[in-house]
Write a protein that binds this ligand. Sequence first.
Ligand SMILES: C[S@@+](CC[C@H](N)C(=O)[O-])C[C@H]1O[C@@H](n2cnc3c(N)ncnc32)[C@H](O)[C@@H]1O
Length: 521
Amino acid sequence: MSTKSRLPHHWPPNLQYLDALTYHSSVPADIRSIINPGLQRSGLGAHASRSSVAIRPIVDPAHPANGQSGLFATKKIPPRTHILYYLGEVHCDDRPESDYDLSLYRTRTGVSVGVDASRMGNEARFINDFRGVKLKPNAVLKDQRIAAGDLCIGIWSGTEVIKKGEEILISYGKGFWKGVKKDATPAEIKKVYFSLARKYHPDTNADKGAQEKFVEIQAAYDILKDEKKRAAYDQHGSAAQQPGFDPNAFNNARNPFGGSSFSFHDFSAAFGAGGRRGQSNSFEELFGSAFGGRGRTRGAGFTENMRGNDIEVNVGISFMEACKGTSRTVNINPVVSCGTCSGSGLKAGAKRSTCGHCGGSGSVTFVVDIPHGSQCGTCAGVGQVRTKKSVRVDIPAGVEDGMGVRVPNAGDAPISGKGQNGDLHVRVDVASSKLFRRQGVNLHHEARIPLHTALLGGRVRVPTLDGEVDVRVPGGTQQGEEMVLKDHGVLPVFGGDKGDLFVSFAVQLPRFVVFNCLCDL
Ligand SMILES: C[S@@+](CC[C@H](N)C(=O)[O-])C[C@H]1O[C@@H](n2cnc3c(N)ncnc32)[C@H](O)[C@@H]1O
């Protein structure tokens, strides 16, 4: 255990720092001897782990763990490299309330052994889940025995380099964060506001644009803290904040993008006459996470080159498809250039005129410079329309629930200017299986065997990803005993060796014992 002076930077003062696993009283001696055969305090070499990682507070409202901390690489970490161990309290009691409890081992008789870092641990407890942060994890968990013989959970880089400064992210598995709320409460909004206001306050942030951002944050918070204004914003967008705003007129207006909550012109007028560049974008960007992690995808109404919005869709696939790989055709409605006017927004033969407000200075030239009556009839002068499109998406073998597949440039075209298309992000929801439980690349199956097969031995049919196989059951097989079918697991999605299939035997006891029969055995 570490002394205070050697604690890592940002280590919470109320938590115990560990440099070895500790054992809770709920771990029986026989289980402890499996995890720690030497029954010695192992010690992993104090702070060996600290050299390549650092705990950092997360101050990014778009990050789902904003306001908490994460673990970041302090130098480049090559692929497939051990980074550190996940240390904590080894325990056998149930800790459903802990978000820091990882499974270390399961005995043949079904006792689960966990490593819980909620009260004590090392830097590894700060590693966040990749979901909502990146499309895929950049690190993996591996069970390994350290030199002293203890079974530990190691954290390794994946198949790609982790760059200096990059957050280390793993997959903790489906539903790990199910307690995280989707709708922001006033208190959560206030928290986001204070953290952003602190970040961009002109007294402390000398960056160009910080002051502008600070003002935008104030304006956004002004709406979000007021329930009526927030409801109006949710329904009608920023136009709802304009004096004299008429929701009925707004809803009836022609909107080439469909849906009542979008108005192209609304963006140029957002937050005051004339509008400021990027304001409504920053509104979404700054407070998007308060609404469940993602801002709504709206376009910006400015004549600059900017990337189109990403489109996100979910697809559901079966457990088997996830293990073997599959493809899906997804139907999306991306923004594309209007075919009638080729993106100009003008009726055939019509021309643009200079905006009266800016006198041609060029600094505030919006598409409203199309003279009344000269707008293209299909896109109402916007130059873009939404269209229906089907995109075939290949989902690689080994994909895990919640992972994403990116289709570059299949998202929205930029609303204005000549930027690149956004991407299509496909989030994969994997159904669970009645036959297998998946743990990383390994599969687990419980095979039921009759008592006489357990006693005398025999054969049992066992499902694998490639169909059923016959497995020999040795005589004297005990309840919960396991057999490993090498290479019958899942192919890792980021490359590497196939996992194994662990078959555990569940002995079926007869309800009634006929003694004659028993004698026959
Ligand atoms: C093992 S801890 C990770 C470290 C944590 N951020 C901290 O500062 O203590 C798990 C907690 O982090 C948060 N978390 C981590 N990854 C997340 C994600 N992808 N989405 C939502 N919450 C996440 C959840 O609040 C969860 O309870």
